[in-house]
Design a protein. Structure first.
Length: 257
């Protein structure tokens, strides 16, 4: 009888513990970015997923937000569409909830006070995803952020070798071209990170630029598995989503000059 009572008590205790665990609210968002307001007017209507993200961020006024975006295979150049119609005065969290409800195959993660990482569901756990390639060490000293975000293979040897394996007996010449803004200079020394984590770290490093030149602004990245012509080929680019008053937010004294 005593044994039966002990088993019953244990079962009740376990059930209570499980109920309590299930009832726990989700952990609060560390940086409170989702509570920031959308104070400006937004373009409403049908637009691409990435354009909707830009418009929401650009409607901010007392804060700013950047994105590191991984588009799903096949979502470029025919990127999926969403209906953007957020009310003025809502929060970023409400806006993103509405957008991602329309693209349930995507999810997002807040990685800093200003940066949000966007990716297809399950992408971070996919060992074949090039953004999950493990990099033992990544070191840059006072390098322009723009080229790193747009051409990371030129700064990450393991990524370059993965995308273009060397051919014995043949020299390889790598160049990058195109209209890439320099962006702020960044210094990073990272160990045991993924390509995705490197790109996000570079983005976060530009949030509060230390320079004062014309290219001194936060910048972020977008990754696609296809080119604009439909060719299956990994490619990166810059992704800008700053509000018109970003300079005041990043450098208050300079912005008021």
């Amino acid at each position: 009888m005593r044994t039966t009572n002990l088993r019953l008590l244990s079962a009740m205790t376990l059930a209570l513990a499980m109920t309590t665990a299930l009832a726990q609210p989700a952990a609060p968002e560390k940086f409170d970015l989702m509570k920031k307001p959308i104070e400006g007017l937004m373009v409403t209507g049908r637009m691409t997923f990435s354009q909707a993200l830009k418009d929401g961020a650009r409607a901010m006024r007392s804060h700013f937000m950047t994105f590191g975006v991984e588009l799903a295979d096949g979502d470029y150049p025919e990127e999926r569409m969403v209906i953007s119609s957020p009310p003025r005065g809502g929060t970023i969290g409400e806006f993103l909830e509405d957008v991602f409800r329309q693209v349930p195959t995507y999810e997002y993660e807040v990685v800093s006070e200003h940066t949000v990482s966007v990716y297809p569901r399950g992408a971070k756990q996919d060992p074949s995803n090039i953004l999950n390639l493990k990099i033992p060490r990544f070191d840059v000293d006072s390098e322009d952020a723009g080229p790193i975000l747009a051409f990371p293979q030129q700064f990450i040897a393991e990524l370059r070798a993965k995308l273009a394996p060397p051919t014995p007996g043949q020299d390889q010449i790598f160049v990058y071209s195109g209209p890439v803004s320099p962006g702020p200079k960044v210094t990073l020394h990272l160990r045991d990170v993924t390509v995705r984590e490197i790109l996000n770290a570079v983005t976060v490093a530009t949030e509060i630029p230390k320079g004062n030149g014309r290219d001194d602004y936060p910048c972020s990245w977008i990754y696609r598995t296809r080119t604009h012509t439909g060719e299956v080929k990994p490619n990166w680019g810059a992704f800008f989503s700053l509000p018109p008053n970003w300079r005041e937010l990043v450098h208050p004294a300079r912005g008021k000059q």
